[in-house]
Design a protein around this ligand. Structure first.
Ligand code: GDP
Length: 197
């Protein structure tokens, strides 16, 4: 898919304030600092579209971007930022879960995982919750430029092995680098294929 047009539309504190024109939505989520804003900017080829930031976890709202005037890319708040208070953390979690469970036009959740790290409990629990809730999702491994090809493949495999402990069917996954523009076509083609159905 070619991205001809990408624009910020609205930041919403609750699902009921999200756009109501019923276009298909693809959401992106991950731990703070996983590289979500950089990935969104890379996908849209639009520097500064999503705010990359030196202070992790700044976005606390549901951010809608309209792509090619056809579908929404949704930037969900990063989870698991240690320096947030418990009550803020809980409120965010509630907002994220309500959005994911209630949003009928949500087609797929892309869960971002930093490819350098061992499977983290908070990510695996989130993935398990998506699976249990029957929400279609895929995994996006980020920052692949930081590892060698063999380390990428061994880390991806150990992640998939971890998921196999719980799930028979593994989700689609993408290996990406925003720095090196890796994985862009794969994710956009995946979205295009689903949109065509
Ligand atoms: P967010 O908090 O998940 O939105 O993460 P950001 O996109 O703001 O990125 C967090 C940090 O990781 C920043 O310092 C980025 O420059 C860096 N980063 C993001 N993506 C990549 C990548 O693909 N490769 C490398 N090497 N660094 C990245």
């Amino acid at each position: 898919m070619e991205i001809k047009n990408s624009e910020f539309v609205v930041s919403s504190p609750v699902v009921s304030k999200c756009p109501d024109d019923n276009k298909p939505e693809y959401a992106f989520i991950g731990r703070s600092n996983v590289g979500k804003s950089s990935l969104i900017n890379m996908l849209c080829n639009h520097k500064g579209l999503a705010k990359t930031s030196a202070t992790p976890g700044k976005t606390l709202l549901i951010n809608h971007f309209i792509i090619n005037k056809e579908w929404y890319l949704v930037d969900l708040p990063g989870y698991g930022y240690a320096r947030r208070s418990k009550s803020v953390q809980q409120k965010l979690q509630q907002m994220i879960m309500s959005y994911i469970l209630q949003r009928e036009q949500l087609i797929n959740v892309f869960v971002l995982i930093d490819i350098r790290h061992e499977p983290q409990k908070i990510d695996v629990e989130f993935i398990d919750w998506l699976g249990q809730s029957n929400i279609p999702f895929s995994i996006v491994f980020t920052k692949a430029d930081k590892l060698t090809a063999s380390k990428i493949s061994s880390n991806v495999n150990s992640y998939l092995e971890k998921l196999k402990e719980t799930w028979e069917e593994l989700p689609p996954y993408f290996v990406t680098s925003s720095e090196k523009c890796i994985g862009r076509d794969e994710i956009l083609d995946y979205i295009e294929q689903i949109n065509k159905k």
